[in-house]
Design a protein around this ligand. Sequence first.
Ligand code: NOJ
Length: 750
Amino acid sequence: MKNPKRLLVASLLLAALSVKAQNTKQTFVSNLIKRMTLEEKIGQLNLLTSDMDVTGPFMKPGYKKDIEAGLCGSIFNAYTAQYTRQLQEMAMKTRLKIPLLFGYDVIHGHKTIFPIPLGEACTWDMALLEQSARIAAQEASADGLHWTYSPMVDIARDPRWGRVAEGVGEDTWYGTQVAKAKVKGYQGSDLSANNTVLACVKHFALYGAIEAGRDYNTVDMSRRQMYQFYLPPYKAAIDAGVATVMTSFNEIDGTPATANKWLLTDLLRKDWGFKGFVVTDYTAINEMISHGNVKDEYEAGAAALNAGVDMDMQGGIFAGQLKKLLKDGKVTQKEIDSAVYRILAAKYDLGLFQDPFKYCDTTRAKEIMSAENLAAAQKIAERSIVLLKNENQLLPLKKDAKIALIGPLANSQRDMIGNWSAAGDYSKAVTLLEALKQRSANVTYVPGAYYTADTTLLKRATQKYRLEAADTANSQQMLAEAVALAKQSDIVVMALGESQGMTGEAASRSNISIPENQQQLLKAVYATGKPVVLVLMNGRPMTLEWEDAHIPAILETWFLGTRAGNAISAVLFGDYNPAGKLTMSFPRNVGQIPIYYNHKNTGRPLNPDNKYSTKYLDTDNEPLYPFGYGLSYTKFTYGELKLSKQQITAADKLQVSIPVTNSGNYDGEEVVQLYIRDLVGSVTRPVKELKAYKKIALAKGETKTVTFDISVEDLKFYDKDMRWKAEPGDFTVFVGTNSRDTQSAGFTLK
Ligand code: NOJ
């Protein structure tokens, strides 16, 4: 047994050391600020993109001159140990030798690319999510970087929005778990270690709620909705110690987030106690002029700094306006100094003042895309795959089957690493064709179709990547080849969906089906009567009613990263039994959007026999595949749900238990999910909310009893007076394999 006295002494000692470290930092940074000119201070608030990669509407040529003049404190879109060293050397020639900070969009891996975040979320495995962030940080820091613009935790209920690919899906509580895991993975426990990086939670706030799913659109939301459903994941990142926050492009309550003092100062700093720095999104200060809350750049600069922004990403507004704004009394010296302090403190935490070249170590190149990292990428990719349908156990494939592989996505390395795979090297990505060929001599491939025959869509989606461009002239011939090949095979595997350019930022779609020409191909192949396995590759929930009604086996594989092909073929052949579960509902059609499982009951809940109840005339209320849904090659049978008590007090714990048996023919993993409904509240409550889950492995024939401890904490919400509390009364607890198929039991909080 550990000695409690010793433990106390040790923790007091640690606390004292950390106070001492804080004091040293404070003294160092404050003394430095005292020596800085106003121009040098403003320079620290200025973040510019290098020309290696451009991730916004424009770039500033001549940014190197700004570095040399001490007028730019941070750079993004520049990496490699050699290149960042070259730029850092310029900063070392400035008067005060303040090191540059290098940021980058390391969103789902740096060079080793992991599944897109929406796919990775389907693992329901926080240790894996933390691991991929850890590896990303290790590779990024070995490649000269200090700071990643991740995690993105914008809750989203609208799959038309292309950026759902970058997020965690629709659930708030699940989003908080992911936020914590990612911050821990990137930042570790010591930012001064040379293999950790600053994380940046984004986009603060509510970006996922843009109207009609159209990127950069307006948001309008009640405070209650914000607090209950949209803010908690950002808050979880703050509580986990995230070093930086990025503002969102949208407005909140009529004021752009980047000018919103309530958001950036009252909520973020005063209520949540955030101590790091706030960076804008790309030119978000400039965009206020178009939003219409300010007249010009002068007013925009004042609005941003007054609201609590510390660093201007690429807008040049702080650089151009702050001096005059200060002279005119529109901003204060204290505001400028506080912003400088926070940014220098982050550089200090990274250890850059001790060694500005700490992350410019070319000998670390071997840490990038190491065999270990690639193995982790494959493991995570396998676990991100969601089996949506598997009629008559068509999958796994028989080892000796003659396979026709068809579809434009089966042989595209670029698509495998998905959108926002910035530094990812797609020439190293493994396609499904390559992986299947490695396994079986019985695979023949034809593309069968291009991504889409809609040239306008293609042009809009492929601004950057020409290789997606299609020549649609010979499409009939391609389709005929595919049908002929299908006829000669035992089984057809079809890799269809979206190109990576149809997803991500600035890639909203009003029609989220598989593009029409690919659907024609699918229907033509289906008409041959051969069994078809549909392997979907895409960045968002899609509308799949026809596919679900006709195609016997459907695998959702998202964009799985560098090892995509290996992961998919492992699942197709049954080396890995799929266990992924959706974190975003798949609607039946776009008319159902926004669609999410934790909706309200309404005053006229659905009653199919009553016309005057909440429903559509032409479709169901339920999505096609609900939140939490995903099948396995084996079968899990749930036994009887038991509660330890019928009544609890605020001091009690309620034990909820359920036996789960693997009653099928394969070993497998299951995500057992627990939801709660508060039946009567001082404000209306959702029909159910995810509160816990457990992912368990069960060998064939094995039974495990899964137990959850529910406490009063799990019953809290923002009450009528916006207090976070639990109200006595009746609750229902639901446990099951997804948000729809559950068992339930009631209990009372006294
Ligand atoms: C704009 C995007 O909204 C943001 O997520 C990204 O980090 C920045 N550009 C920088 O590339």
